[in-house]
Design a protein around this ligand. Sequence first.
Ligand SMILES: C[S@@+](CC[C@H](N)C(=O)[O-])C[C@H]1O[C@@H](n2cnc3c(N)ncnc32)[C@H](O)[C@@H]1O
Ligand code: SF4
Length: 457
Amino acid sequence: MINLPKWDQSLINKYNVSGPRYTSYPTALSLQHGYQQNSLIDAIESSSSNSLSLYIHIPFCSQLCYYCGCNKVITRHQSKADLYLDNLAIEIAAQAGHFKHYQVAQLHLGGGTPTFLTASQMARLVGLLEQHFNFTHDAERGIEIDPRSLADGMLNHLHFLGFNRVSFGIQDFNDDVQLAVNRPQSVDDVKALIGQARALGFKSINADMIYGLPLQTPASFKETITQLIELSPDRVSVFNYAHLPERFAAQRKIKDADLPSAHDKLTMFKNTLEQMTDAGYQFIGMDHFAKKDNELAIAQNQGQLHRNFQGYTTHGQCDLLGLGVSSISQIGNAILQNQKELKHYYQAVQQGDGSAICKGVQLTTDDALRAAVIKQLICQFELDIASIEQQFAIEFNDYFNEALAALEPLIADGLVYVSKEKITVTARGNLFIRIICMCFDKYLQQQIKNSRFSRVI
Ligand SMILES: C[S@@+](CC[C@H](N)C(=O)[O-])C[C@H]1O[C@@H](n2cnc3c(N)ncnc32)[C@H](O)[C@@H]1O
Ligand code: SF4
C-alpha cells in the first residue's frame, strides 16, 4: 500500500525544479531523425510480446483552448476529418499486416478531440480497425471526450461501437477561469454526461483537470475540486499547467499577470492532495488519483502498474502502436514517432509504404535497464534491487554508483532510503518521484540544458 504523500514546505522549496514526466525512458526529446518503417519491422521481430495497445491520434478541435499544449488542428470543417480518415486508412492497412500475430488488448483514441468525428466517421474508424486488427473479446476501448463537443446520442453510439472507457476534459469549473482560457462549459452538462456514461456501463470514468490556469486562486480551485468529487469520477488527472508560450502560440493569449503565483499553485496542489485523499482516492503518483477499487489502484497495490506515453496503465505487457499524426509507438526496445505536422503526415503515408514514421530511438541495454528502474520507481515507489540484478545480470551498487551518489542528498533529506534489497521512496519523497528518477537518467544533463520540462509539482 502506497503511503499518503507528506507535504514538507522546506523540501518543496528546495526540490521543486523542472524534470521529465518519464512516460518513456529515454524521453521523447531524445528521438532522432532517420528512423523509418524498417525500424518498426525490426522492432516487431525482436519483441517478445504478442499483445498490442493501439493509440489513434485524432488532431481536430472545433475551438481553441488558450492553455493547450497538445498536437491539434483547430477547424470547423468536418470534411477535414474525412480526408484524415482516408489517410489513416492507408496507414492502418500498411501497418496492420505486421501485427497479425498480435491481439489488441487496448485501444485508445486521443487528440485533439476524437469526438470531433461524426457518428459515421467514428463508425468508419472503428470498422477499419476491426477489419485489420484482431481484438480480444474483452479489449479495453477508451476515448478522450470534450464534454462541449459531444453530439446528441454520441455516448450511446460509442457504447454501441464497443467503447467501455471514457475520459472527460474538464480542467476547471470556475466561470472566470473558463472565460480566460476560452473554454466555457457548465458543471451541470458535465454532471449529466458522467451520469449518462455511468448508466451506459462505461468503466473507469476519468476526468482531466489543470491547476495553474489564469485567474485560478486556491479558493476557486478548491471549489472546483469539491464540485469534481461530487461527480465521483473513478480516476482523476490533475495536471500542472505547462506554460510555454514560446512553443505554443495560443498560450500567448494568456496574460502573465493573470497566472497564479508559484506559491498559490503549490497551495492548489496541496489542497487537491488533501481533498482527493480525504474523499478516498489513492494518490497513484505525480498527477494521478484513482478510487481504491479502480483497476489502476489495484494494479499499483499488486505491483502491476506500468507507465507509457498515455501515462499510468495496467497494460504494460503490451507493445504500443501509435497511428495518426504525431503518434508514438513503443515496440520491444524501439520508440518510434510519426510525422508531427498534418501536411507531412499526409505526404508520408501517400508517397511511400503507407508509414509516417520519421523519428525514433533504439534502446541500448543500458537504456532498457535504466527504463526498468525508472518505471518501477515511478509506478511502485520502490525498487527491488535483486530482481533488477537478476534480470540484467549486473551488480547494482557497482553499476549505479553515480546514481547512488546523486541520491545521497535526497537520502539525507529523508525522501528515499536505500537498503541492500530495496530502494524505497518515503511518504515525504513521493511528491518528488521525478527527481529521484532523474538520478538514474543518463541523458538528463543535456536535456536540462534545453530546460524544456515542466516543474515537478
Ligand atoms: C487531448 S486533451 C483531452 C481531450 C479534449 N481535447 C478536451 O480538451 O477535452 C488532453 C488533456 O491535456 C491537458 N492539457 C492540455 N494542455 C495542457 C497544458 N498546457 N498543461 C497541462 N495540461 C494540459 C488537458 O487536461 C486536456 O484535457
Ligand atoms: S484542450 Fe482539448 S479541446 Fe482544447 S484545444 Fe487542446 S486538445 Fe483541443
